[in-house]
Design a protein around this ligand. Structure first.
Ligand SMILES: *Cc1c(COP(=O)(O)O)cnc(C)c1O
Length: 399
């Protein structure tokens, strides 16, 4: 799973380059920094790795989503459609910009169901955020086509899918932009950090300026103090140490995925011996990042039975339907409109009017599918002993 498993000399060397200059800020300090611009270099290498025209580094995957939504002009009065199976950050970012999240069902890809997306588009829909959950692609080409017909921008939540692709085209380059996370449990990590990629130069420029208090990055007369502003921004700047770590991790990304694929394929083979099992649908298996292995059964009873045997034998699997961070039905703070504001914002608008009400029963297809699905996180390093223990547990479930 995460890049922290292989943190090593390469990361240390990159960090030392920064410490040698003493410059932790991504801008300015030209005399002191000896030409070391790690965040800038990380952006350039990330853009070229994914084949995108531009990349903007930020402080996290959550702020990557927020910066992208802001630069796309999404705000109060708007609806943003995402899927009901994702990490809470996806819709927190929507609420952060003052818009309201609308949720679609997932299908056998465990990602956004395009048919349900069609049904949920309204004249208020300002953006669509498909999520490539668990490192594997959504039906992104269909989703982008539906969005194009309705003239709505697509922001891909690629937080969990760094390095993933479909027929060689990288996830995050199908929509208007793609938002990545480099938090501590993501495929590649900078501890905290994020990146947005896009081919649209003016969108990138708005993101770049917004994330830096609105500083005009087009015209720099010398010092930052002399830069103008065309709109109000905020601070989501990545620091040089994160950029340095990102460079070392990006160089290892392909090899991490190769190692995960090997472990995933081995487990998949043993799990396929369990009667009635089926695997998550992959749009392009070659482009899977192999961070997770998801497998489903005909009904919830069999899932519980198999899950119980795996757990008793030291190889417990995750059931996302029961996880409080990733599935709609379990987001009690969303469903309960829990906010810290006395006005009730963002769930309650000016004048005390409720803007939207969420209902636990709203996504029955997703609930049913996740209820009969189990999942193993896949690590880069899985010892022979660990794999054999898991295979033995699976063997008992198959018997
Ligand atoms: C991790 C994650 C995020 C947020 O990233 P952070 O860097 O932790 O803020 C957003 N969306 C998804 C799907 C994620 O898994």
């Amino acid at each position: 799973m995460p890049g922290f498993e292989i943190f090593g000399e390469e990361e240390k060397k990159q960090i030392l380059d920064v410490l040698d200059t003493g410059v932790l800020f991504r801008y300015e300090f030209g005399d002191q920094r000896n030409g070391v611009y790690k965040v800038k270099e990380f952006e350039e290498k990330y853009a070229s790795y994914t084949g995108a025209g531009y990349a903007q580094a930020v402080t996290s995957g959550s702020t990557a989503l927020k910066v992208a939504l802001t630069a796309l002009g999404v705000g109060p009065g708007d609806e943003v459609i995402t899927q009901g199976f994702t990490f809470v950050a996806t819709w927190e970012a929507i609420l952060e910009v003052g818009a309201v999240p609308v949720f679609t069902e997932i299908d056998t890809t465990l990602n956004m169901d395009p048919a349900d997306l069609r049904k949920k588009i309204t004249d208020k829909t300002a953006c669509i955020i498909p999520v490539h959950m668990l490192g594997s692609a959504a039906r992104i080409e269909e989703i982008v086509q539906i969005a194009n017909e309705a003239n709505i921008p697509v922001l891909e939540d690629t937080a969990q899918a760094a390095g993933g692709h479909i027929n060689g085209k990288y996830l995050g380059t199908f929509g208007h932009c793609g938002a990545f996370s480099f938090d501590s449990v993501k495929t590649m990590t900078t501890g905290e950090g994020g990146m947005i990629i896009t081919d649209d130069e003016s969108l990138w420029r708005r993101m770049s300026e917004y994330h830096d208090h609105g500083h005009d990055h087009a015209v720099n007369p010398g010092g930052r103090g002399g830069e103008g502003r065309s709109f109000i921004g905020f601070n989501y700047r990545m620091m040089e140490l994160q950029g340095a770590i990102g460079l070392a991790q990006l160089a290892k990304l392909d090899s991490m995925i190769v190692a995960q694929k090997k472990n995933k394929n081995r487990l998949k083979e043993s799990i396929s011996a369990i009667g009635g099992v089926s695997f998550r649908e992959q749009i392009d298996p070659a482009g899977d990042t192999a961070t997770f292995l998801s497998f489903s059964f005909d009904d919830v009873d069999q899932r519980k039975k198999v899950g119980g045997i795996l757990q008793e034998n030291g190889a417990a699997a995750i059931c996302w339907a029961e996880n409080t961070w990733h599935f709609y039905k379990k987001w009690e703070h969303l469903l309960g409109a829990a906010t810290q504001t006395s006005s009730g914002w963002p769930f309650v608008g000016p004048g005390g009017k409720k803007r939207i009400i969420y209902d636990t029963q709203a996504l029955p297809v997703s609930a049913e599918l996740l209820d009969r699905t189990l999942c193993y996180p896949i690590s880069i390093r899985m010892s022979e002993a660990k794999l054999e223990e898991m295979e033995a547990a699976v063997g008992k479930a198959a018997a």
